[in-house]
Design a binder for this molecule. Structure first.
Ligand code: IPE
Ligand code: IPE
Ligand code: MG
Length: 253
């Protein structure tokens, strides 16, 4: 029987949750509103989800805010998104500080407009010592671009004689990813009913469980997050082993 809404959220919860916050545009279109209004309503949701994750004991949340491919959108939507991001940070900085949230950014922030990048870099530095919770914002992020950059950095190490080619393995490759030092995501949630990853944390999600929520992001709240966690807790994560191995049963001879 699938878990109902009355089932308490079970344990262990995911240590690291990634969210592809999708559906702002469709949420707005369904109400005859401009797309940017959907983004604004979606942005307001973020801190409710941050609070819920902290309260429930999740350690790290990574949110996909702007993909490397989102530059292809109309220019007024792109600039509206950055203005919204800057406003959002300013409005919630004190709250993040109070809750001892460490802020981190993944993706190519150098290409962001100055007015959005500077306060972000400052907020990341100011929160570096916080340990209660890590909020990772994926901005101008693409997993393929991240992998290509990691390969480039490793190639430089090899060319400079710091690393031998045969020493290149996953552990070394991982040190060159933007997410180095973070645990792999245990759960990836995508809202708006779309079943795809859209270039989000492709390598780090190798063994993540995936939950697709039907709600558009502006309608995704604590209740929907708890539904995702219940779904996650019902999964058996096998990491390549057999079911009886992970259940600790004696091996069948
Ligand atoms: C997600 O919502 C937000 C960003 C990609 C920035 P969308 O803007 O993709 O909304 P839909 O998918 O068009 O409904
Ligand atoms: C993924 O959503 C990016 C973010 C949520 C920021 P998109 O809406 O850009 O993804 P596609 O284009 O539908 O795959
Ligand atoms: Mg979308």
């Amino acid at each position: 029987m699938p878990p109902s809404e009355d089932t308490p959220v079970a344990r262990p919860l995911p240590r690291h949750v990634g969210i592809i916050m999708d559906g702002n545009g469709r949420w707005a279109a369904a109400r005859g509103l401009p797309r940017l209004e959907g983004h604004r309503r979606g942005a307001e949701r973020l801190f409710e989800i941050v609070d819920a994750c902290i309260d429930l004991g999740v350690g790290t949340l990574t949110v996909f805010a702007f993909s490397a491919e989102n530059w292809k959108r109309p220019q007024d939507e792109v600039s509206g998104l950055f203005k919204l991001g800057e406003w959002l940070l300013r409005a919630h900085l004190a709250r993040l500080h109070r809750r001892k949230v460490r802020l981190r950014v993944i993706g190519d922030v150098n290409s962001l407009p100055d007015f959005a990048r500077a306060p972000l870099i400052e907020a990341v530095a100011a929160s570096a010592a916080h340990e209660a919770f890590t909020l990772v914002v994926a901005l101008n992020y693409g997993a393929r671009q991240e992998a290509a950059q990691a390969a480039r950095l490793l190639a430089e190490d090899v060319a400079a004689g710091r690393v031998r080619p045969e020493e290149v393995d996953w552990a070394r490759f991982e040190t060159k990813l933007d997410t180095h030092g973070l645990p792999d995501p245990d759960l990836i949630i995508r809202t708006s009913g779309e079943f795809r990853l859209s270039n989000f944390l492709l390598l780090q999600s190798a063994y993540a469980e995936i939950h697709i929520a039907k709600e558009y992001w502006p309608d995704f709240g604590r209740e929907q997050l708890e539904t995702a966690f219940r779904d996650y807790c019902g999964r058996e994560r096998r990491f390549g082993m057999t079911g009886s191995q992970v259940q600790g049963a004696p091996p069948a001879s």
